[in-house]
Ligand binder design. Structure first.
Ligand SMILES: C[S@@+](CC[C@H](N)C(=O)[O-])C[C@H]1O[C@@H](n2cnc3c(N)ncnc32)[C@H](O)[C@@H]1O
Length: 392
């Protein structure tokens, strides 16, 4: 086998096994006068793996994308015109140079580990808090049997990591005492458990802390899938239960999470967190049905709120705004911000509450504000407020 054939063989393998980091073609000797170099990287376009080919000209760059399956053939053709190729894979770095007499010479060395992360999106894959190496990512469909990120799941993987970044900052900011007891976390409306597994892994493996993480989910098939993964991977301190957020009452929770639990299920989850004195409450509300039919547009706002879409947006903002105020009145420092959720939804708002000291006068002031806002819109009942009245 010639050096050129060996090079193409490694290239094809790296494309097929998704271990290609990048390929740089230089010493161009083809017909295009201004072309200097070509950089090729794997990318995901509409969830389908492609090769992004960035042509560097003297004065500008042009990108052309090639479907992954056509990649090797396409690059083989390009090698007729470029006399130097540097291939970076996760395992090795290859340099192919073609002499003036058209003789190929191949040099191979082990990959520089600091640059060996796979690039699967238009951005270089950055250092993540989570490890793809864990067995359970296979059960959840994030990696293949070789523990390689499935290209179609790369966006989800990024979002899971983004969520863990927020979670990690919240843990830091809550000043939790992680030295003695296990940290108890409940994830309400856990779905397929991506975040629940990620939280458990982050706490146990990365943070080296013992944790009890529980996922609560209505759909039994998802609960079974998650519990089978726990069993297969012999994970301790992680469990899923089938049930409704509204009727699950844990004995203890330090962290309450509810991302996209439907409508007032979010209020029940927040209430459980407050009742149990959770240090951290994180929720991403979903479908706001309770307030809208109650809301009477204040006279001044009628010309604006006559449009259903505006009334819907206003109802959503007031529902979540009141949730944030009620959390503050319950002794939490609360932030409301946009985040990138795992779900294909426009509901990407997070309410993050961290337990802090709040003075009685501040609580009274907030509760007065809540009453004023309710009166302004003619709101009779807000689920979280009603639930909180029962405890106080
Ligand atoms: C949109 S998914 C979100 C999954 C996960 N939290 C995430 O963000 O990736 C919402 C999940 O909450 C579950 N769910 C909705 N209402 C619930 C309730 N009242 N009790 C338990 N689970 C609920 C749904 O079955 C669904 O799987």
């Amino acid at each position: 086998m010639s050096d050129l054939e060996k090079f193409v063989q490694v290239l094809a393998q790296s494309i097929n096994q998704q271990s290609l980091i990048k390929l740089v073609l230089s010493k161009y000797q083809g017909q295009e006068s201004e072309l200097q170099r070509l950089t090729i990287r794997p990318v995901l376009l509409r969830d389908a793996p492609h090769l992004s080919c960035l042509y560097h000209y003297k004065t500008h760059d042009i990108t052309k994308n090639v479907a992954l399956e056509d990649g090797t053939e396409h690059i083989k053709q390009l090698l007729n015109d470029f006399k130097n190729a540097n291939l970076f894979t996760q395992e090795q770095e290859l340099q192919l140079s073609i002499s003036k007499k058209n003789k190929p010479l191949l040099l191979v060395k082990a990959a520089n580990t600091t640059s060996s992360s796979v690039v699967t999106t238009h951005n270089r894959e950055k250092q993540r808090l989570l490890e793809l190496e864990r067995d359970f990512w296979f059960d959840l469909g994030i990696v293949d049997a070789n523990k390689q990120l499935i290209p179609a799941m790369s966006r989800k993987w990024k979002q899971i990591n983004k969520f863990i970044e927020i979670f990690a900052k919240a843990i830091e900011s809550a000043n939790l005492d992680l030295t003695h007891e296990s940290l108890h976390v409940v994830d309400f409306g856990a779905g397929k458990g991506y975040l629940t597994f990620a939280i458990h892994d982050y706490l146990v493996q990365v943070h080296q802390h013992s944790a009890h993480v529980t996922g609560i989910e209505l759909r039994d098939t998802l609960v079974q899938l998650c519990n089978s993964a726990i069993q297969r991977c012999s994970l301790k301190g992680l469990q899923f239960y089938q049930g409704d957020v509204r009727s699950y009452h844990p004995a203890k929770t330090d962290v309450m999470i509810a991302l996209h639990a439907c409508d007032i299920a979010t209020d029940y989850a927040i209430h459980t967190g407050i009742r149990l004195g959770a240090s951290i409450i994180m929720c991403a509300p979903c479908c706001h049905k309770q307030l809208r039919p109650q809301m009477q547009s204040p006279t001044l706002l009628q010309p604006v709120l006559q449009h259903g879409v505006h009334l819907g947006q206003e109802a959503e903002m007031i529902t979540d705004g009141l949730r944030a105020l009620l959390l503050e009145a319950s002794g939490y420092q609360t932030q409301v911000f946009e985040f990138v959720s795992l779900e294909h939804t426009s509901k990407n708002k997070m309410i993050l509450a961290i337990k802090k000291q709040v003075s009685l006068s501040r609580k009274q002031q907030i509760m007065a504000q809540v009453q004023e806002i309710k009166a302004f819109y003619g709101i009779k009942e807000h689920c979280l407020e009603t639930l909180l009245m029962d405890v106080n």
